[in-house]
Design a protein around this ligand. Sequence first.
Ligand code: G4P
Length: 525
Amino acid sequence: MQDLAALERRTFAIISHPDAGKTTLTEKLLYSAGAIREAGEVRARGDRRRARSDWMAIEQQRGISVTSSVMTFERGGILFNLLDTPGHQDFSEDTYRTLTAVDSAIMVIDAAKGIEAQTRKLFEVCRLRNIPILTFVNKVDREGLSPFALLDEIAETLQLDVSPQNWPTGMGGLFHGLYDFAADRLLAPNGGEDGAGEWIDCDGLDDAKLDEYLPADAAQSLRDEAGLAQAAYPAFDLQAFRNGDLTPVYFGSALRRFGVEQLLDGLADHAPPPQAQPARPEPVRPDEPRVTGFIFKVQANMDPNHRDRVAFMRLCSGTLKRGMKLNVPRLGKPIAIHNPISFFARDRELATLARPGDIIGIPNHGTLRVGDTLTEKGDVAFTGLPDFAPEILRRVRLDDPLKVKQMRRGLADLAEEGVIRLFKPAIGSQWIVGVVGALQLDVLATRIEQEYGVKLGFEASPFEVARWPVASDAADLKRLSETHRDRMAEDQDRALVLLMRNDWEHGRFTKEWPGITFAAIRERH
Ligand code: G4P
């Protein structure tokens, strides 16, 4: 990616409730930027062919598949790094961690449904980190709620100022176009070479051109509604957006590509470039010369015969060059980055150079973990990568007792990868696994069977709640451990965990141990 080194970066994710249109929007963003010719097709570029075939050889040799986790594309002198977030709620933990690696997010809302549960949860994570959000209200080509109702719902449920950037003339069968406020132009849906509509420049909402392109009642209602909207909602304010207090709202249709380019323009013009990242002893600024980055995701190979992994690193500062050695403080030794992968559209290739904001895949044999810091020199530890207390706890049942060793190794490996939480009780030898969603248990059983040759089952655990006890006075923790040894366990990072039978017991502990916080989220160090 040498020729792209000097470009500005925008590193972002798309958050949405399943079915709101994230996949469709992703495809149309790539298409609009010219990165693919049509959905599913990757543009073949002569100059990249060689690099790509290098990578193909590594992929075949090591059996890694990392297809859709990151998609990089260039448009208008800006390099966009789009990080994929799994929509299924059982994998929300993976999504939360991915959000630690972005500087902005697009929130996709289905115009017929408004804010849904998963959107709201993901939004809260963005808010925790003050990630600026652009909103795309999708599917205006279908019947939906009124734009006013949608804007008010976003403002009220998310406690966020909303600033509409365009306005739909009706929805569903009555949809006749979009009016772009900033550029004063009308998108007439039936024009344009590729069916995505044609922009007609106007001289404000009173321009007679509106009457030419729209049916009389549609022109009138656009003038009334859009005029009202401009008066009722705040104008776009860059600072408020960057602070996470205001979201620009774009109405559109991912499927028909209406409003998608406007959204990309918004991302290019307003979304922040790579930001300083929280770290100890102090945040790392992107203009620092030394190379630093952190691992936010580890993806296992799809080939059962190999144990290779790809660790995804967000580069936070410096210029990464292929072959560089970076120190991993947790391991106390450096690793050489021989085959860093970059991700173009749906393709991947060997990266020769990467800049802050870029995402690099690092193939490894399980050395790198989620939360690891990599640094060229100096003492730095990125913070803020969350571990979430599991919502489901299960005891592991092993059918073949001769395989205890393999099972333990498999569980420990997958816990390190961040697929599950693993709790080793202080008393007794039966390990307990914790997951956020039930689907993770299926993935766990399948992978342990395929990769470690061990058949696992799960049975009810006596505990339903796990929390990390935190106290300013270490004596309190010692007393808790001694009094309730039958409740204590260690997680995969050897952090102390209290296992409780149910919410009621959780409430009782909270009351009886006022000096201790029973934390549901723990930062990885
Ligand atoms: P997700 O990744 O957020 O889960 O959503 P996805 O893009 O898969 O879209 C979910 C469904 O919504 C798909 O229909 C998709 O075609 C449809 N969709 C997305 N954007 C728009 C839009 O702007 N307008 C309309 N009318 N529909 C849209 P599906 O029937 O589930 O799948 P398919 O048969 O179309 O593939």
